[in-house]
Design a protein around this ligand. Structure first.
Ligand SMILES: Cc1cc2nc3c(=O)[nH]c(=O)nc-3n(C[C@H](O)[C@H](O)[C@H](O)COP(=O)(O)OP(=O)(O)OC[C@H]3O[C@@H](n4cnc5c(N)ncnc54)[C@H](O)[C@@H]3O)c2cc1C
Length: 243
């Protein structure tokens, strides 16, 4: 089946993220050595302290904790928006080193079908277009000499934004808060919103002291979108409360 579906895996994260954040923050205010502080912090429940840091807006200590996600089943349209977030690290499957050439008859490269296209009754038509693109791609690879990455790198110019991609993302906690504030918002495009919402669900389980109030800005304050507001504040707040 060529249709791709979103899959997000939390691959790794800073062990004891609250301790790491608290250690960095307390160092700013304490005459103690780093080792002494570490011993003190290990004895505390640091949840309340981290919550207080957020209230104070002392956010730089959050940069010491990072989360790594594996993401599959997103379109190139989505990954292009994702990588605009510069305070992060990415490794993305290459369309140069990985050929999209069909290996079997009628096999099409993986692609994402927007729900609106599924709902419009045009799904079959859309898949036919993807099949046509596959044929054009295969033809181009032949024309370009089928020499691995050299033909892939130019044949890919015929591939659509719908083409599926895989990416590994590492973001620190401060950047995640920012990413969720703009990309979980109803104003964000549906695919990156779904991705961001799933990433938030996973991080909230590990670090609730930071992420329980996270999401679009309206989760803990007024909407910041002005005239562009979705107007569904209560619905959105409920969604993120119950994530
Ligand atoms: C609803 C929506 C619609 C959008 N539409 C468009 C569009 O039409 N066209 C388009 O091009 N983009 C669009 N974008 C992308 C947007 O402009 C940003 O590029 C993207 O959201 C990355 O976020 P960011 O710039 O806040 O920061 P990140 O890269 O995530 O960085 C986090 C923060 O670090 C700071 N920072 C990072 N780099 C710098 C720097 N070089 N200088 C100063 N401060 C820095 C900023 O405070 C920034 O907010 C859209 C985004 C959204 C959410």
């Amino acid at each position: 089946m060529a249709k791709a579906t979103l899959k997000v895996i939390l691959l790794n994260h800073t062990k004891q993220p609250e301790e790491t954040i608290a250690h960095a923050a307390k160092l700013c205010y304490s005459p103690a050595s780093i080792g002494e502080l570490k011993n003190q912090i290990e004895k505390f429940n640091n949840e309340k302290f981290v919550e207080k840091l957020l209230q104070l807006g002392h956010l730089s200590p959050l940069e010491h904790a990072v989360f790594t996600f594996g993401v599959e089943g997103i379109s190139r349209a989505c990954s292009h928006q994702l990588v605009r977030h510069r305070v992060a690290s990415y490794s993305q499957q290459s369309q140069r080193y990985v050929s999209e050439r069909s290996k079997k008859d009628h096999e099409i490269f993986e692609f994402v079908i927007p729900p609106s296209i599924e709902a419009s009754g045009k799904k079959g038509w859309f898949i036919d277009k993807m099949r046509e693109i596959q044929n054009w791609y295969d033809e181009l690879v032949e024309v370009l000499g089928d020499s691995g990455e050299k033909s892939n790198e130019d044949a890919r110019f015929i591939l659509p934004n719908a083409a599926e991609t895989k990416i590994i993302i590492t973001m620190n906690v401060r950047e995640l808060l920012h990413f969720f504030s703009v990309r979980c918002c109803e104003r964000a495009q549906w695919e990156i919103r779904n991705l961001a919402t799933e990433m938030l669900r996973l991080t909230r389980k590990v670090l609730p002291s930071v992420f329980s109030q996270s999401g679009p800005n309206c989760v803990k304050g007024p909407c910041t979108e002005g005239k562009m507001s979705c107007g569904n504040l209560e619905e959105v707040r409920k969604k993120f409360r119950n994530l």
